[in-house]
Design a protein around this ligand. Structure first.
Ligand SMILES: Nc1ncnc2c1ncn2[C@@H]1O[C@H](COP(=O)(O)OP(=O)(O)OP(=O)(O)O)[C@@H](O)[C@H]1O
Ligand SMILES: [Mg+2]
Length: 222
C-alpha cells in the first residue's frame, strides 16, 4: 500500500479576468489529502470552494501551482485524459442530486458504471439505507433519499476520491446530519472524501477541517 497522498495541491492560485476586473479567486493554496481522509473545507459564499474542487477534478486549470491526483500531474494530462480520470477515479456529489426522473434508483446508480455489476449497485443502495427502494423513481423518494442515491452513484466505479460540493445545501438539519453520518460510515470502509461547505455543522463532522476565506486557507486542524 502506498502512503502517498491521493491529492496534492501545491501553491495553487487561480486568476479570473472578466472585462477589466482581475480576481485572484485562489491564492497560494497548498493542501494534501491522504487516502482515507474525510476532509471538509469550510468557507463563505464566494471564497473559492467550488473553484478549488474544480482544480482537483481538472475541470479548471490553475493559473499557478501544481495539482496531482493519485500521483498524476494534472498539468501533463490533456482534456480527454482529464475526462477519463474524472470518470474512472473521481466520484461527484453536488447540492442537487441530479437524478434522471425516468430511471429507477438502481438504474440511476448504474448509469455511470464502467463495468460495475448490478449486484454492486444494489450493495451500494443498501449501504446508503435504500435497499428497499431500488425500483423507486426519484419522484417516489424524499430529497434526502435522492441525495443518498447520488452518493451511491458517486461510488459505483470505486473512485479514489469523492468530491462533494455543498452536498447538504438543499437539506434540513436532520437530513444534513444523516448525509454526513453516511459519509463517515462510508469513510470508515475506506473511501476518501473531500467536502466543501459553508455550513459549520458540516465542517464539524469532517475528520479534518480546513477553513478558506477569500481564496486563502486560513486554518487547518487535524
Ligand atoms: N468562471 C469564472 N469567471 C470569473 N469569475 C469566477 C468564475 N468562477 C468563479 N468566479 C468567481 O470566483 C469566486 C469564487 O467562486 P466559487 O464558485 O469558487 O465560490 P464558492 O466558495 O464555491 O461559493 P458558493 O458557496 O457560493 O458556492 C467568486 O467571486 C466568483 O464570482
Ligand atoms: Mg460553490
Amino acid at each position: 500500500m502506498t502512503t502517498a497522498p491521493i491529492v496534492t495541491i501545491e501553491r495553487a492560485s487561480k486568476l479570473y479576468v472578466t472585462g477589466t476586473e482581475r480576481i485572484w479567486v485562489l491564492r497560494n493554496v497548498s493542501l494534501s489529502i491522504d487516502r482515507g481522509d474525510l476532509m471538509v473545507i469550510e468557507g463563505p459564499s464566494g471564497s473559492g470552494k467550488s473553484t478549488l474542487l474544480n482544480l482537483v477534478s481538472g475541470l479548471t486549470r490553475p493559473t499557478k501551482g501544481n495539482i496531482t491526483v493519485e500521483g498524476r500531474d494534472l498539468a501533463k494530462l490533456d482534456l480527454d485524459q482529464l475526462a477519463i480520470l474524472r470518470r474512472k477515479r473521481i466520484g461527484f456529489v453536488f447540492q442537487s442530486p441530479n437524478l434522471f426522473p425516468h430511471l429507477t434508483a438502481l438504474e440511476n446508480v448504474m448509469l455511470p458504471s464502467r463495468g460495475a455489476t448490478e449486484e454492486r449497485g444494489r450493495e451500494l443502495l443498501e449501504m446508503v439505507g435504500l435497499g428497499a427502494r431500488l425500483a423507486n423513481h426519484p419522484h417516489q423518494l424524499s430529497g434526502g433519499e435522492q441525495q443518498r442515491v447520488a452518493v451511491a452513484r458517486a461510488l459505483i466505479n470505486n473512485p479514489g476520491i469523492v468530491l462533494a460540493d455543498e452536498p447538504t445545501g438543499s437539506l434540513d438539519r436532520k437530513k444534513t446530519l444523516e448525509i454526513m453520518n453516511l459519509f463517515r460510515k462510508i469513510n470508515e470502509k475506506g473511501s476518501t472524501f473531500l467536502v466543501v461547505s459553508h455550513d459549520p455543522v458540516v465542517a464539524s463532522l469532517g475528520l479534518k477541517r480546513v477553513v478558506i476565506e477569500d481564496g486563502r486557507l486560513v486554518d487547518e486542524d487535524d
